[in-house]
Design a protein around this ligand. Structure first.
Ligand SMILES: CCCCCCCC/C=C\CCCCCCCCCC(=O)SCCNC(=O)CCNC(=O)[C@H](O)C(C)(C)COP(=O)(O)OP(=O)(O)OC[C@H]1O[C@@H](n2cnc3c(N)ncnc32)[C@H](O)[C@@H]1OP(=O)(O)O
Ligand SMILES: Cc1cc2nc3c(=O)[nH]c(=O)nc-3n(C[C@H](O)[C@H](O)[C@H](O)COP(=O)(O)OP(=O)(O)OC[C@H]3O[C@@H](n4cnc5c(N)ncnc54)[C@H](O)[C@@H]3O)c2cc1C
Length: 663
């Protein structure tokens, strides 16, 4: 054990186990999580041969496939059915590979469960669970990802044969990007424009078999393939798909909420957007997923910062641990606080999703819009925080952060597409703004509105209650004030533009930056509120609560300092109050410092899950870096063939032109 890390753990003022329990919803869940992680770590088959970064793309794909199929079988044998528990096992078993069947379990099966009729579920789910059917969610096209009403793929109903005929009429209508579509899947859910009786009925989901279930060759009229190497996700065969007069039976349209009858009569759903449900489900889960990404980067960067020493503090004296530099703390501790904030908010988003989804199942669609706004907003807010935070963690690791040995570049390329997939983040923020502007008249009237948004109608002339003590309640009020004011600003801007003669749509289009500011401020407030509520309700001892409260305050204060203009432009905070906040920020960095390592230990990631030479629990960073370097295929031969092919001839040629000087 590295002595600095051992010392860090001794000086912690709280019990990390209590925090671990809080993060993973109780000691019983922690026990199960550890059991599954250990089972994966100890499994010889999952040990792997060489580090993923030294493998070709095809090798990465094959290794990922082999490992995931092995793990699925193991989980079935162990009787583990809960998706989260399955994820814990897989995360520890194959942390370096993006599962080529992730869309099968993450979107294909859930879409059938949520959008399929009873008969469709009985027909497809058993085959999907036993991998006879391997599916994906094929929505995005080369020409359209965001504007899904503009998708071009058509599904035209033919009443004479009671079939839909699917077509990709243009190059841009080709499905492009779906995970596992290229080579892995034999079927998919295709989002296509439904046409019955010659009329367009909007986009709907259709079950389409794209490959023969025995030979895996393409079905007639189907062309598909891999889209090529990407920034990350290279063990996944994100694919393209072109459909030419592909016929599927009428029963293959997912008909839980809308129907096409035998004669082609279209029965619409109660709400057209109910068919977007799988996206809302995944967005709700992306919040915790972002917390996972950011927290892993924090574990790596904070442990490494405790081990790494750089620069003599006094001449001839010992070099300081880099974690003792205030600038390093300022970069890392707010991110640590953010990771906690996102874990707690993710938990909230998932619970809220389950609550509203069961109301929807029971036929009550009243909260669908609000659920959409919450999930879209938190998805965007959390993925932005995660991506930016991972990059800061990488920079905090200096040169070694740039190596795949650190594990951080992999985290970055894995998590950054979260800002784009499942709804591009700016577009998601504009959906939040749309929701807020829609209810704005009710907010102003003081009409019946959800408690999430009540504060948005607060008196904007009020000033901050902040004192030198910096209470959490006052911090939350500051966020609420900022969100209310930015929303009011955006609304006023739109009204002014309308008064000046613009149409409402033109006024909206000319205000999307202001609307995005308002939406982000709303999401930020949501996170601060959730974090502070969970901390104040947490059943933990006083020392643990003190540490969590310090983290929560740091999250809030850092959010204010980073967006200071928005908090002071209307004079809400006085300059005096801003200086309280700046002083408190510095105090909190010092207060969190002795607990930083214990706070990252509390995330409870086994070394294998982190896959990082820098983030090891034992802190043996330097021998691990050396071992990793030795594994490079470059080092398999003392002299590479390329020396004889290129370097030697070049030297010979050069020496003939100018004879070598004696060394
Ligand atoms: C327990 C563990 C379980 C595990 C589960 C999985 C966990 C996953 C976790 C992590 C994932 C990691 C790996 C993930 C792999 C990658 C997966 C990527 C997959 C994809 O990317 S699939 C493709 C996703 N595509 C999109 O998201 C497209 C984005 N575009 C849209 O959503 C829409 O086009 C739009 C919202 C931007 C606009 O839609 P449109 O119909 O034009 O609507 P508007 O005119 O703007 O608004 C009209 C009206 O509709 C309301 N509305 C819009 N969307 C919804 C909705 N989804 N639900 C409800 N209501 C909606 C909107 O508010 C308007 O309402 P109003 O008229 O104002 O009342
Ligand atoms: C790794 C990865 C995996 C994916 N997996 C799948 C999958 O399994 N299935 C699937 O169907 N799709 C998948 N996708 C596709 C993904 O869902 C889309 O890329 C995403 O929805 C964004 O759409 P787009 O690419 O058309 O971006 P665009 O909409 O073209 O965005 C480009 C820019 O335009 C801006 N913009 C676009 N529209 C607006 C607007 N209305 N207002 C303001 N700004 C706007 C955006 O903010 C962005 O800056 C995946 C993508 C990636 C990267």
């Amino acid at each position: 054990m590295n002595p600095d890390l051992a010392q860090e753990r001794r000086r912690a003022t709280f019990d990390p186990e209590q925090v671990t329990s809080l993060l993973y919803r109780g000691p019983e869940n922690v026990r199960k999580r550890r059991y599954l992680q250990n089972a994966a770590i100890q499994d010889q088959v999952l040990r792997g041969s060489k580090p993923w970064a030294f493998q070709s793309r095809i090798e990465q794909y094959e290794t990922a496939l082999q490992m995931y199929i092995y793990m699925m079988n193991k989980l079935d044998e162990m009787g583990v059915t809960d998706p989260l528990e399955r994820m814990y096992y897989q995360e520890a078993g194959a942390p370096h590979y993006y599962n080529p069947m992730a869309l099968h379990t993450g979107m294909f099966i859930p879409s059938i469960e949520k959008q399929g009729t009873k008969e469709q579920k009985e027909r497809w789910l058993p085959m999907a669970r036993s991998l006879q059917l391997i599916g994906t969610y094929a929505q995005t096209e080369m020409g359209h990802g965001t504007f899904i009403r503009g998708l071009e793929t058509t599904a035209t109903y033919d009443p004479s044969s009671q079939e839909f005929v699917l077509n990709s009429p243009t190059v841009t209508s080709m499905k492009f990007w779906p995970g596992g579509l290229g080579k892995t899947s034999n079927c998919c859910l295709v989002m296509a424009q439904l046409i019955t009786h010659g009329k367009k009925r909007g986009i709907h989901l259709f079950f389409v078999q794209i490959r023969d279930l025995k030979t895996h060759r393409h079905m007639p009229g189907v062309e598909s393939g891999d889209i090529g190497p990407k920034f990350g996700f290279n063990s996944n065969d994100n694919g393209y798909l072109k459909l030419s007069n592909v016929r599927i039976p009428r029963e293959n349209m997912l008909m839980r909420y809308s129907k096409v009858l035998e004669d082609g009569t279209y029965v619409p759903p109660t709400n057209q957007r109910i068919g977007y449900g799988t996206m809302v489900f995944v967005r709700a889960h992306i919040v915790t997923n972002s917390a996972r990404g950011l927290s892993k980067a924090c574990v790596i960067a904070i442990r490494y910062s405790a081990v790494r020493r750089q620069t003599e503090v006094s001449p001839g004296g010992p070099e300081a641990q880099i974690i003792d530099y205030q600038t390093q703390q300022y970069k890392l501790f707010p991110l640590l606080a953010t990771a906690y904030a996102m874990y707690f908010t993710g938990r909230y988003a998932e619970d809220y999703y389950e609550q509203i989804a069961s109301e929807i199942e029971a036929g009550n669609l009243e909260s669908l819009n609000q659920l959409h706004a919450v999930c879209a907003g938190l998805k965007a807010f959390s993925t932005w925080a995660c991506t930016a935070g991972i990059e800061t963690c990488r920079l905090c690791c200096g040169g070694h952060g740039y190596s795949h040995a650190s594990g951080i570049p992999k985290l970055y390329t894995y998590y950054t597409p979260g800002c784009t997939y499942e709804g591009e983040n700016n577009v998601m923020m504009l959906q939040v703004a749309r929701f807020l502007m829609k209810i704005y008249p009710d907010i102003k009237r003081g009409g019946p509105i959800h408690e999430f948004v009540q504060y948005l109608g607060a008196d904007l002339t009020q000033k901050s209650c902040m004192t030198e003590e910096v209470a959490l309640g006052c911090l939350l009020k500051a966020f609420q004030h900022r969100a209310a004011r930015l929303l009011s600003d955006a609304a006023a801007r739109i009204e002014n533009l309308v008064r000046s003669g613009k149409s409402r749509q033109e006024a909206w289009d000319a205000s999307t930056v202001a609307l995005t500011w308002a939406a982000k401020a709303y999401c930020h407030t949501f996170v601060v509120r959730t974090f502070s509520q969970i901390v104040s309700d947490a059943a933990v001892d006083k020392s643990t609560k003190d540490v969590l409260t310090a983290l929560c305050k740091l999250y809030a204060i850092d959010g204010i300092i980073e967006n200071l203009g928005e908090f002071i432009e209307d004079g809400f905070f006085s300059p005096h109050q801003v200086s309280f906040l700046k002083n408190k920020l510095a105090d909190l960095l010092a207060e969190i410092r002795p607990n930083a390592v214990a706070l990252v230990d509390a995330f409870d990631y086994p070394d294998k899950t982190l896959d990082s030479c820098l983030g090891r629990y034992d802190g043996q960073v330097y021998p691990a870096l050396y071992e990793y370097a030795k594994n490079s295929p470059f080092n398999e031969q003392e002299v590479l063939d390329s020396y004889h092919k290129f370097i030697k001839p070049a030297q010979t040629e050069q020496s003939q032109r100018a004879p070598m000087a004696r060394l």
